[in-house]
Design a protein around this ligand. Structure first.
Ligand SMILES: Nc1nc2c(c(=O)[nH]1)N[C@H]1C(S)=C(S)[C@@H](COP(=O)(O)OP(=O)(O)OC[C@H]3O[C@@H](n4cnc5c(=O)[nH]c(N)nc54)[C@H](O)[C@@H]3O)O[C@H]1N2
Ligand SMILES: Nc1nc2c(c(=O)[nH]1)N[C@H]1C(S)=C(S)[C@@H](COP(=O)(O)OP(=O)(O)OC[C@H]3O[C@@H](n4cnc5c(=O)[nH]c(N)nc54)[C@H](O)[C@@H]3O)O[C@H]1N2
Ligand SMILES: [Mo]
Length: 760
């Protein structure tokens, strides 16, 4: 039996479908309870007032939704507050804690309990004789990393993971260190997240980012929101949806589940709405697509647009298509040759409903399609995102106000990480500039991503794993196999703020290096430093910490990278120590080495920062053809085989990836329970399963192997037949390492093939 992830609820599980608006008073109450638990009633609210303020505060370390462009509102959300408070907790993990518990003992604790011990305070090294972590000086810690890296036969025996928290400056130094060592092994959380979006947009548009910003959201006539639980995971989107509704825009949600953001909301920072319990609708149409059925649904919409264009030529923007795209004829033929029966079967949505969505699309002058993991974490994630672009191209919804693709990124700086060089497949232009301005000779051979790193650690080909943030052990698929891979390393290094599973699943030698969080003051030789981040809509802006660090022994992430780099590369010409004295110096180098960062130090200090250019927004397509390229992917068969179900793994409301705040999922009506599976009531009845019955879940991987999760409780839910859903990271034991997308190498976390039976 695996250790629990969530807290062990003291009360019985409850399930009562949720009928209240999203955010509003429910959120306010939940925040207050959380502040009390973390003993942060004093500093918490003060910090929150500083969050996301133009240029004076720190960037919310939560999601990557952009800050309010009006700059006046208190642009915060329940989960952002929880996230900040989680980092600022007064609880501490001191060396005495490690002295009192062996790693074997801590491994039995729940993940909730581990993080609940508070902030890490000192660097620690694993002592195999006592099976405990013991203190180590920073100097010795760096020397251990340095000597181990120097001792490798070749630099590709090391892999450098990043979780999307890391600020741009530390990111730049981190990739520089890896490349100066001689490897492009730079896996990141994005490999599990939006890899498919980047690959698809690069293929279709020549650049891998969305093209819209918040102003576009404010002027769109129609918003299509696909595969995202916005009320929990990008709560500030609720404001945009409520504003859109007030203005009369159409809002179509495409999701197997009717999530809270697809109903109505009380905008949390709108104090009048809060006081008056005034709710706003946030949806005009909900389509409950089957898991994996988005491509068919989008193609159905495209087919309808093409049919409509026979009656009304204006349904297509033929001029845009002729001037700016390639591949239209083949795509039209593909749509025409796909039958409505097949589209209905594969999408799980009726032709009538697809036509409704197509009507909304045709009647809107300006449309935005936004998406998150429900679209990307599939075998056909790349094809599906490309189909989104196909649909947008048909009506010229690109390169003009209020229109375009808008992926919702996850971690607050995951997009900035990629921009600043975390990429296991860097292109030559990027490496050439790095070589020129940083005077290094970067390797040209592609490196390993997340899946590739796990495979290589298992084989013994990667011997050193460095995690810059995150919780690799728990976030990655196939937990037992990932554990085995990490344990096979000579050295694992985790740069973290809190104790987590990745510290307990370690290599023969292991380090925990505690770092400053984003809310904390970062003093270096030349004074107080700030770091920059990039949001989902390509805005780059500063973040300045305001709290006293959790411990005097913490180092900043840039300083930790520099320390490791100097120890590993004693003769390096890179002025690592000089960079750390003043991060402006790092930014000066970045302004030369990175495309779009000219005059970085000045522009990042403008009131709202600056927006990185997205060529596709200017209708400049860096594709082989020079135009936006229609794709014509075959329709995948996503209908579950008889007796099987498609299972999606997702987040509850009260968690941040592997960080669990409580066992509740308020908007889905669940209390005191995480070990559950949401099922269609007819699928339950067919299997003789009733509410709260324990069930056994068996997944079948591509290679025919099986994985099991037993004793989970079934919850009847409004979800299409043949679909089921439950929580990550617990369900990672069901996701086989071999089940990654052949298009993006992303683990297929939203479409696990399972059977579910009443527990024996
Ligand atoms: N509070 C909070 N905020 C977060 C996070 C967090 O854990 N907590 N995580 C951050 C990160 S790293 C990320 S990447 C994002 C993740 O944000 P989301 O993408 O919202 O993450 P999930 O909870 O995995 O939810 C996926 C959604 O996809 C739907 N879905 C499942 N399968 C399909 C499908 O086949 N088609 C469609 N159309 N929909 C489907 C599910 O019903 C669910 O609504 O959030 C970020 N923000
Ligand atoms: N089955 C399944 N698995 C999934 C997903 C899914 O939908 N289904 N989603 C995937 C996705 S989208 C993602 S992004 C990954 C998430 O993967 P990760 O980013 O690796 O995981 P997190 O849970 O966000 O990491 C939490 C840890 O980060 C550390 N941390 C927090 N703040 C900081 C900081 O400021 N600096 C540093 N250095 N460390 C810090 C803390 O120690 C904390 O324990 O999970 C993936 N796994
Ligand atoms: Mo993510």
């Amino acid at each position: 039996m695996e250790p629990r992830v969530g807290p062990i609820a003291k009360e019985d599980p409850e399930y009562h479908p949720y009928h209240h608006p999203a955010a509003g008073w429910g959120a306010a109450k939940s925040v207050t309870q959380f502040l009390v638990r973390e003993r942060e009633l004093v500093d918490g609210p003060r910090a929150i007032m500083k969050m996301n303020h133009e240029n004076t505060g720190f960037d919310c370390p939560g999601c990557a939704w952009p800050d309010d462009t009006k700059g006046l509102k208190l642009d915060i959300c329940e989960n952002g507050i929880k996230h900040v408070t989680w980092e600022m907790t007064r609880k501490r993990v001191e060396p005495e804690f490690f002295a009192a518990h062996t790693v074997t003992e801590l491994f039995e604790w729940s993940d909730f309990q581990l993080e609940d011990q508070g902030r890490l305070t000192e660097p620690m090294v694993y002592d195999p004789d006592t099976d405990r972590y013991v203190p180590i000086s920073w100097k010795d810690a760096f020397e251990l990393v340095g000597s181990t890296l120097r001792g490798l036969e070749n630099p590709n025996q090391a892999s450098f993971y990043t979780s999307g928290r890391l600020g741009n400056e530390a990111t730049f130094l981190y990739q520089l260190m890896a490349r100066e060592l001689g490897t492009n092994n730079l896996p990141d959380c994005s490999n599990m997240c939006h890899e498919a979006s980047g690959r698809a947009m690069e293929a279709s548009l020549g650049t891998g980012k969305g093209t819209v910003d918040l102003k576009d959201w404010e002027s769109a006539d129609a918003l299509f929101i696909m595969g995202v639980n916005a009320a929990s995971n990008a709560p500030r989107m609720l404001t945009a949806l409520a504003e859109a509704y007030h203005r009369g825009a159409q809002i179509v949600h495409i999701n197997p589940l009717v999530e809270a953001a697809a109903t109505r909301t009380i905008v949390p920072h709108d104090f009048m709405d809060m006081a008056l319990f005034k709710t706003t609708k946030t949806s005009t149409l909900n389509l409950q697509v089957r898991i994996g059925g988005d491509l068919a649904l989008l193609r159905g919409m495209a087919k309808a647009v093409l049919e409509e264009s026979k009656l009304d030529p204006k349904a297509l923007d033929q001029e845009f298509i002729d001037r700016h795209t390639t591949g239209f004829a083949a795509y039209r033929e593909l749509c025409e040759n796909t039958s409505w029966e097949e589209l209905e079967r594969q999408s799980g949505v009726s032709r009538d409903d697809i036509l409704k969505a197509a009507r909304v699309y045709c009647e809107a002058d300006r449309s935005i399609v936004s998406w998150c993991l429900g679209v990307t974490q599939h075998e056909h994630g790349v094809d599906t995102v490309r189909e989104i672009i196909n649909l947008l191209l048909l009506r010229g919804n690109l390169g003009r106000e209020g229109a375009g693709p808008s992926p919702v990124r996850g971690h607050s700086n995951v997009q900035g990480n990629r921009t600043c060089g975390i990429d296991h497949r860097p292109d030559d232009a990027f490496l050439d500039r790095l070589a020129e301005y940083c005077k290094i000779d970067p390797p040209r051979e592609h490196g390993l991503d997340t899946i590739g790193t796990i495979q290589a650690m298992r084989r013994g080909d990667v011997k050193v794993f460095v995690g810059m943030g995150g919780n690799f052990a728990l976030a990655a698929p196939d937990s037992p196999i990932t554990y085995e891979a990490l344990r096979n390393c000579d050295l694992t290094v985790q740069v973290s703020t809190k104790l987590n599973r990745s510290h307990l699943v370690h290599g023969r030698q292991a380090l925990i290096l505690p770092c400053l969080g984003r809310t904390e003051k970062d003093h270096q030789r030349k004074g107080l430093q700030s770091t920059s981040v990039e949001d989902s809509m390509s805005m780059v802006h500063m973040s300045v910490g305001m709290k006293r660090p959790a411990s005097p022994h913490l180092l900043s992430e840039p300083a930790i990278v520099a320390g490791m780099a100097r120890a590993a590369l004693p003769a390096s010409p890179t002025p690592w120590e000089w960079y750390i004295e003043d991060y402006d110096r790092i930014r000066d180098t970045m302004s030369q080495a990175l495309d779009g960062f000219e005059d970085f130090n000045r522009r990042v200090r403008l009131p709202l920062g600056f927006r990185l250019k997205q060529p596709a927004r200017e209708l400049v397509f860096l594709t082989p053809s020079g135009g936006a390229e229609f794709s014509d992917a075959a329709l995948p068969d996503v209908v579950p085989a008889p007796g099987t179900l498609a299972l999606g793994t997702m987040r509850s409301h009260d968690q941040w990836n592997t960080t669990i705040y409580s066992d509740n999922d308020r908007y889905r009506g669940v209390k005191n329970l995480r070990e559950l599976v949401f099922m269609n009531k007819d699928d339950m009845r067919e299997r003789g399963i009733s509410e709260f019955d324990p069930v056994d879940i068996t997944s079948t991987a591509r290679d025919g192997s099986h994985r099991y999760l037993n004793g989970y409780l079934a919850i009847p839910y409004d979800i299409p037949r043949g679909c089921a859903a439950g929580y990550m990271p617990e369900m990672n034991v069901l996701c086989a390492l071999v089940d990654y997308s052949t298009q993006s190498d992303q683990p297929i976390m939203k479409h696990v093939k399972v059977t579910i039976e009443a527990a024996t």
